[in-house]
Design a protein around this ligand. Structure first.
Ligand code: NI
Length: 162
């Protein structure tokens, strides 16, 4: 396994639509392993393949640090509700912005054996799934931000003061 370089906003690879995965080759398996390692090293909640420069529909998410999830070719089946909150992105380091997302999501995706499964998520998991799936279509959360981008460090300070 290896840590891969995380591409940052301004890199054209983050604006492209990703292609579906058709089979799990050794290269794809290595990519998945590296994406998890890169996610944990960066202490992120989610990472999409284009963020490491690969235009494939692969997402890794772990909202607790102990619950790794792999979504290959994810498709949204259902959403409901709304949540407003700050989110950040490993490709936009140090910044956060307020984004409204569904509070519930159900997706159909494939696992590392290309078996399909359904995943339901609420709150942070729903937010993370939506955020990462946007990456697969070349979109960053900054396009959806309400109000200014803020420094994540300032945001954490504010929370501490409250
Ligand atoms: Ni992101």
């Amino acid at each position: 396994m290896a840590i891969r370089k995380i591409r940052e906003m301004g890199d054209p690879v983050l604006t492209k639509r990703c292609k579906e995965v058709t089979e799990i080759t050794p290269r794809i398996q290595a990519l998945i392993d590296d994406m998890f390692e890169t996610l944990y090293e960066a202490e992120g909640v989610g990472l999409a393949a284009p963020q490491v420069g690969i235009l494939k529909r692969i997402v890794v998410i772990d909202v607790t640090g102990e619950d790794p999830m792999l979504l290959i070719n994810p498709k949204i089946m259902e959403t409901s509700g709304e949540q407003e909150g700050y989110e950040g992105c490993l490709s936009v380091p140090g910044k956060s912005g307020k984004v409204t997302r569904p509070n519930y999501i159900k997706v159909l995706a494939y696992d590392e054996n290309m078996n399909s499964f359904e995943l339901e998520g609420t709150e942070l998991l729903a937010r993370a799934i939506c955020h990462e799936m946007d990456h697969l279509d070349g979109h960053l959360y900054v396009e959806k931000v309400e109000g200014p981008l803020v420094n994540t460090a300032d945001l954490m300070e504010e929370e501490e003061e409250e």
